[in-house]
Unconditional design. Structure first.
Ligand code: FES
Length: 107
């Protein structure tokens, strides 16, 4: 399924992220700037912060664990209602076409 990553400078990248893979890795493996993913998806860094596009917010849903909620409180960029940790968004067929926006900085 395709994910469109839009960097804060407007650059966009359409990446085919395999089913079952998370949105953080899809960016990392394809050299998309704007996602760091320092902890490798272990829910301990918050450097994989992204903003789910408004059109996708309902489908992607809210944070899936209390750990994610807690980490989102510490993100360095502005936190928005659509903020998620991209390592916690796992691709399934229903997310084909997903659009995420990346913050200017992860630190
Ligand atoms: Fe560290 Fe997502 S990669 S919390």
């Amino acid at each position: 399924p395709n994910v469109t990553y839009i960097e804060s400078n407007g650059a966009s990248h359409v990446i085919d992220v395999p089913l079952g893979e998370n949105v953080m890795r899809g960016a990392l493996y394809n050299n998309v700037d704007g996602i760091v993913g320092e902890c490798g998806g272990g829910l301990s860094c918050a450097t994989c912060h992204c903003y789910v596009d408004d059109a996708w917010a309902d489908k992607v849903g809210t944070p899936t664990s209390q750990d994610e909620v807690d980490l989102l409180e510490g993100v360095s960029a502005e936190r928005k209602p659509t903020s998620r940790l991209s390592c916690q968004i796992v691709m399934d067929a229903s997310l084909d076409g997903l659009v995420v926006h990346l913050p200017e900085s992860q630190y």
